[in-house]
Design a protein around this ligand. Structure first.
Ligand code: ZN
Length: 188
């Protein structure tokens, strides 16, 4: 296994929609292993493949550290599609490994149902609440080129402007390998 650098949210890779995976080969199995190692090293609870420069529809999650009520084991979700959202919405503070040390509250549906395939291309439907639901919504947004600060209220987004500008300029504080918006490795 190896650690892969994570791309700054302002890198163009993060704005492109990813493509569906048709078959699982050794490269994808290795990518999933590497993504888990990278996510744990960075103390994250979710990671999308395009955050490590692979524009394919794959996310990994492990929310056990953030919510001890969650019994779901670490999972890789291939081609995830959120099929239903609850009407009830809740605010939860979110962070993102592509936006180091930036946390803001975001309002999103409380419960979701997500359809995805596992590494054997077997289909599953998972219902998620609270943190599990939140991480899946955040990561599926990545696959569609959407960043969580775009979901902030206009007021919160305005207040966050200078922090985001600094991140865009590559002024970041991360303890993991990081790629700047211009594609060069960050000095960390
Ligand atoms: Zn993120």
């Amino acid at each position: 296994m190896s650690i892969i650098p994570i791309y700054n949210c302002f890198h163009p890779f993060l704005r492109k929609k990813t493509t569906l995976i048709n078959n699982i080969d050794d490269e994808i199995v290795k990518l999933v292993d590497d993504m888990f190692e990278t996510m744990y090293k960075a103390d994250g609870i979710g990671l999308a493949a395009n955050q490590v420069g692979k524009p394919i529809s794959l996310i990994i999650i492990d929310v056990s550290k953030a919510d001890d009520k969650v019994k779901t084991p670490p999972i890789a979700l291939i081609n995830p599609i959120i099929e239903s959202f609850s009407e009830e919405e809740i605010e939860i503070s979110e962070g993102c490994l592509s936006i180091p040390k930036f946390y803001e509250k975001v309002l999103r549906p409380e419960e979701i149902q997500v359809k995805y395939f596992d590494l054997s291309m077997k289909e599953h439907v998972l219902t998620g609440n609270e943190m599990l639901s939140r991480v899946i919504q955040h990561e599926v947004d990545h696959l569609n080129g959407i960043l969580f600060f775009e979901r902030l209220t206009p007021m919160r987004r305005a207040l966050a402007k200078s922090k985001l500008k600094a991140i865009q300029k590559g002024k970041i504080d991360a303890n993991y390998p990081f790629i700047n918006p211009d594609g060069k490795p960050a000095n960390i």
